[in-house]
Design a protein around this ligand. Structure first.
Ligand code: HPA
Length: 319
């Protein structure tokens, strides 16, 4: 009788990816201490990796690694040193749930990091600001999240528990490491000139599935429920990182302001004599736009890089 097909467990899959990566990694990079996930437009962080020792792998070459489906986006893992010779692994380009990946394949890289020996993961992303105090270009240190999909059961830990990684019912009330957040606030003072318009906040991130941006009513709902930011990534990775005991730091770049004002009414007497193109102008205001998101990312990326680099240097200096 034929052997039943063997379906590797999440642990076996992650081990296979680690075996593949370690085959060619120099000794000093075999066990990176920190992993950085670079969000939209924030891949420049990988250029701050220094030293002659550096290794890169395209995601498509790594067993079980999810690949971005956006054409022209090559995802790659970069190994190298950051700050004062801290061995690091960086994900340049991430995959999103909206691309059609299952939620557990989106989070697979986190478990690979765990088995490589990573104890801190820094996640960066672009988001829409719901908090009226936030301006485009500001950076927000996440201190909590709202995960509607997860609450409804679209959850990366659904299914038999992977005991090798963590417990069945992991707590998340302390998901966003307070000690690490203190380092980021201190690093901000060191690297961002005091006359900079850019500000650092702390806030709550709401995960949405995307890929459409939110309606105005959805933005108002998210705000009323306590979210300061909205975005389409990061939270599933955070849940999986906390499950396996990795400490988490998450930074978000506000690339656009979500529109909270109700949509104008068709019977608004002030609008009755407006032309269709005048109505178009009114509706354009504050509309989320992918190009705008990328542009804000380009401008703020350098500050974000400096901040992360300094924070990592300081965190590891004390270890
Ligand atoms: N909504 C969701 N995701 C985003 C946004 C937004 O406004 N901006 C950048 N990513």
């Amino acid at each position: 009788m034929a052997e039943p097909p063997h379906h590797p467990s999440p642990f076996e899959k992650a081990k296979e990816a680690v075996r593949f990566l370690r085959k060619d990694l120099p000794e000093s990079l075999q066990s990176p201490r920190v992993a950085i996930v670079c969000g939209s437009g924030l891949g420049g962080l990988a250029d701050t990796v220094h030293g002659t020792l550096r290794a890169e792998y395209e995601y498509s070459a790594i067993p079980h690694f999810p690949c971005p489906t956006v054409s022209g986006h090559v995802g790659k893992l970069v190994f190298g040193f950051l700050g004062q010779n801290v061995p690091a692994v960086l994900m340049v380009g991430r995959t999103h749930y909206y691309e059609g990946h299952s939620i557990d394949s989106v989070t697979f890289p986190i478990r690979v990091f765990k088995l490589l020996g990573v104890d801190i993961v820094v996640l960066t992303n672009a988001s829409g600001g719901l908090n009226s105090e936030y301006a485009v270009g500001d950076i927000v240190l996440l201190n909590d999240h709202i995960f509607f999909a997860g609450l409804a059961g679209i959850h990366p830990l659904r299914g038999p528990n992977a005991d090798e990684f963590g417990v069945r019912f992991p707590p998340l009330s302390d998901a966003y490491d307070l000690d690490l957040r203190r380092f980021v606030h201190k690093a901000w003072k060191k690297v961002i000139p005091s006359d900079s318009k850019r500000r650092l906040h702390e806030g709550v991130y709401a995960f949405v599935g995307g890929p459409s941006y939110e309606t105005r009513a959805e933005c108002r709902m998210l705000r009323q429920l306590g979210a300061d930011l909205v975005g389409m990534s990061t939270v599933p990775e955070i849940v999986v990182a906390r499950h396996c005991g990795i400490r988490v730091l998450a930074l978000s770049l506000v690339t656009n302001k979500a529109v909270l004002a109700p949509v104008p009414r068709g019977d608004d007497h002030l609008l009755q004599n407006s032309t269709a193109s005048e109505l178009g102008v009114i509706l354009e205001e504050g509309k989320a736009d992918h190009e705008e998101v990328l542009e804000a990312g380009r401008l703020a990326a350098v500050d974000m890089q400096r901040l992360v680099e300094q924070a990592i240097a300081d965190i590891f200096e004390h270890r």
